[in-house]
Design a protein around this ligand. Structure first.
Ligand code: ZN
Length: 188
């Protein structure tokens, strides 16, 4: 991974420190090494990483998330993560998305950026994470297929799953209800 550290301010109020990371050629070529996990393609590709996926780490809270530039909507993407962030994290990610994507992927970024419109706050906060609608709970749990700690549909680790999500092992794949997991099941 190639990385670049940027500081951000909103005048003289808050001081944000972030690291932007982009997967390098070696990462993209890396094949799965676990027996039975080889899908004939590199690990990142098999787990549906995109070339425009960037990792943004808050160097104050030591927490961060991966954002897909190609999808736009950085605030929407941030809402999927229950991460602890400093007051300038969201304004910084929003600013980042306005930069030319080729420039971000080359890490051709400044060392410091001032975001004068970013709202001041005394301290950071934990993002609330995804909202689970009552309809989703009423329709029963979404059951994913879990293999070596990863779901076939690409949902993240069980510890951060929203309420109403469960999982079964690959051998019990017939009990799964997640459409993405069922479709992504390797053909025997
Ligand atoms: Zn799933």
């Amino acid at each position: 991974m190639r990385t670049h550290i940027i500081e951000a301010t909103n005048g003289e109020l808050n001081w944000g420190k972030f690291m932007v990371g982009v997967m390098d050629t070696q990462d993209w070529r890396r094949m799965p090494m676990t027996p039975g996990c080889d899908q004939g393609m590199p690990l990142l590709q098999a787990r549906r990483w995109d070339v425009t996926d960037i990792w943004v780490m808050d160097l104050e809270t030591r927490e961060g998330a991966v954002f897909r530039l190609a999808n736009g909507d950085p605030s929407g993407a941030l809402n999927k993560h229950q991460i602890w962030v400093c007051p300038l994290f969201e304004p910084f990610v929003n600013w980042l998305f306005t930069q030319p994507h080729e420039q971000i992927l080359m890490l051709a970024l400044p060392d410091w950026v001032d975001l004068p419109d970013a709202v001041f706050a005394f301290k950071g906060h934990r993002r609330p994470g995804p909202m689970v609608t009552m309809a989703a709970i009423d329709s029963g749990p979404v059951v994913h297929i879990l293999y070596h700690g990863v779901t076939h549909c690409g949902m993240v680790a069980p510890s951060s799953w929203p309420t109403g999500h469960q999982w079964v092992a690959r051998d019990d794949g017939h009990k799964a209800t997640c459409k993405g997991c069922i479709e992504a099941q390797p053909r025997a």
